[in-house]
Design a protein around this ligand. Structure first.
Ligand SMILES: Cc1ncc(COP(=O)(O)O)c(C=O)c1O
Length: 388
C-alpha cells in the first residue's frame, strides 16, 4: 500500500530513533531516566479526582458530549478573567477541545489551503509545523535565537512573505526553548498581524508553570489581540491532567466557530466526566497550582545547579517544564551528544534539532521526574562525563 506524500514530511525521525536507542539501553538492563517526554508525572489534586468520581456515577454522562458543558465554558471564562484580566464571552469565545493538541492540529484545516504560507517558530513544538503540512500549506520558519531572547524577529520576515502568510504560530512560555514573552512583544505581534491580515495562534499551555514569582501573560491581554487571534490553553500541565484530554481555544469568536465546524466533522467532544473534572480544577482551590510550580522550580534548581557544579552551565528558565541546554563544549551535534548521554548514563534528553534546524546546538531536558531521579541522573553524568 502506498502511503500519502504527507507521511514523509510528518514526525521527525529523531524522535523514533531516540526511542529505539532507549529500548536498546533498557535491553542492557539499565533503567532509563526519561527526561525526554513533556508529560507531567504528577497526579491531579484530590478534589479534582473526587469530582470525576462523582461524575462517573451520573448516568447522563455517558452519551456523546458533542460540545463543552456550559458550566465548563463559564469556569474557563471566570478563570481567564481572574488570572489574566481577559474577558471572554463563555458562549462564543470559549471552545472546549480534546486537549489543546486537538485544536493545534486542526485549526490549519480551517485557514490554510494548499500552498498557503504559515509562520512557524524554529525550533518549535512539532504540531505547529505538522498541522500546516497536514493542510498542505508551506511552513516559513521564524528562527528563535538566543540573541533575540528566543523571540521571532518580525522585522526579518520579508514583506512579500508577511503579506502572503495566513497564520502565525506562537508559544510562550515556550516549548522547547523555555523562553517567555512580554507585553511589548505581543503588541508588535498584534500590529504585524493587523498590517498583514494574519491569524495569530498563541499556545499558552505553560502559563502556570512559572518560577521565582514570575507570572506569564496571555496574548489576549494586549489590546486588539482578539481581533487577530486565538489562544490555546489546557488543564494538562496546570493541573497534571494530561491523560484526561481537555483543553481550550479562546478569543476570536469567528475563528473559534470555524474550528468548531472542522471538529464537528471529526469528533464528539470531551468525555463529560473529564469536563466535570476540569470544572473542579478551574473553580476549586488553586493551591495545587502553586504547589505544582514550586515542585517544578525545585527540580529546575536541583538539575541546573547540579549540572553547573559539574561544569555544564545553562540558563535557568523562568517558566515551562523544560531546560534548554546548550550542548557542552567539544560537541557539535545535539543528536550525537544526546545519544552519547543516553548510552553512557541512561539519561534521555531530546536533541534540539528534533524541533527544527535552529535547535541544533541544544538539548531539551524535561523536568518530569522527581528530585531523587534527577539527583541519580546527576550522579550518573558525574561518573561518565568531564565538562570543561
Ligand atoms: C507547548 C505545548 N502545547 C500543547 C501541548 C499539548 O497539550 P494538551 O495535553 O492540552 O493537548 C503540549 C504538550 O506537551 C505542549 O508542550
Amino acid at each position: 500500500m502506498q502511503k500519502s506524500q504527507r507521511m514523509k514530511e510528518l514526525s521527525s525521525a529523531i524522535f523514533s530513533e531516540m526511542n529505539v536507542r532507549k529500548q536498546q539501553v533498557e535491553a542492557r538492563n539499565i533503567k532509563v531516566i526519561n527526561l525526554g517526554i513533556g508529560s507531567p508525572d504528577r497526579s491531579p489534586a484530590p478534589h479534582i479526582i473526587e469530582a470525576m468520581h462523582r461524575a462517573l456515577d451520573k448516568a447522563g454522562n455517558y452519551t456523546y458530549p458533542i460540545t463543552g458543558k456550559p458550566e465548563l465554558h463559564q469556569a474557563l471564562a471566570d478563570w481567564y478573567l481572574k488570572r489574566f484580566g481577559v474577558y471572554l464571552d463563555p458562549r462564543n469565545e470559549v471552545l472546549v477541545l480534546m486537549g489543546s493538541q486537538d485544536g493545534l492540529g486542526h485549526i490549519a484545516l480551517a485557514y490554510i489551503d494548499p500552498g498557503d504560507i504559515a509562520l512557524v517558530p524554529d525550533p518549535g513544538y512539532p504540531i505547529y509545523s505538522a498541522s500546516i503540512l497536514l493542510a498542505q500549506g508551506k511552513v516559513y520558519p521564524m528562527p528563535l535565537l538566543a540573541e533575540n531572547k528566543f523571540l521571532p524577529d518580525l522585522s526579518a520576515i520579508p514583506a512579500d512573505v508577511a503579506q502572503r502568510a495566513k497564520l502565525m504560530w506562537l508559544n510562550y512560555p515556550n516549548n522547547p526553548v523555555a523562553a517567555v514573552a512580554d507585553r511589548s512583544f505581543f503588541e508588535q505581534v498584534v500590529d504585524f498581524a493587523k498590517k498583514n491580515n494574519i491569524l495569530v495562534c498563541h499556545d499558552v499551555a505553560y502559563s502556570e508553570l512559572a518560577y521565582d514569582g514570575y507570572k506569564p501573560i496571555s496574548f489576549l491581554e494586549v489590546p486588539g489581540a482578539k481581533e487577530v487571534g486565538i489562544e490555546f490553553y489546557s488543564v494538562s500541565k496546570t493541573y497534571s491532567m494530561a491523560g484526561c484530554r481537555c483543553g481550550f481555544a479562546v478569543g476570536n469568536a469567528e475563528v473559534l466557530s470555524s474550528l468548531a465546524t472542522i471538529k464537528s466533522n471529526i469528533d464528539y467532544g470531551v468525555f463529560s466526566v473529564v469536563q466535570e473534572g476540569a470544572v473542579a480544577a478551574l473553580t476549586g482551590s488553586q493551591d495545587c497550582v502553586v504547589e505544582n510550580a514550586r515542585i517544578y522550580q525545585q527540580r529546575r534548581d536541583v538539575l541546573v545547579d547540579g549540572l553547573a557544579s559539574l561544569g555544564w552551565k545553562m540558563p535557568k528558565p523562568r517558566a515551562s517544564m523544560f531546560v534548554w541546554a546548550p550542548i557542552p563544549k567539544g560537541y557539535t551535534s545535539s543528536y550525537q551528544f544526546a545519544i552519547e548521554l543516553l548510552e553512557k548514563t541512561g539519561v534521555l534528553v531530546i536533541p534540539g534539532v528534533a524541533f527544527g534546524e535552529q535547535g541544533e546546538g541544544y538539548v531539551r531536558i524535561a523536568l518530569v521526574q522527581p528530585e531523587e531521579q534527577l539527583k541519580e541522573a546527576l550522579e550518573r553524568i558525574k561518573n561518565n562525563f568531564v565538562f570543561n
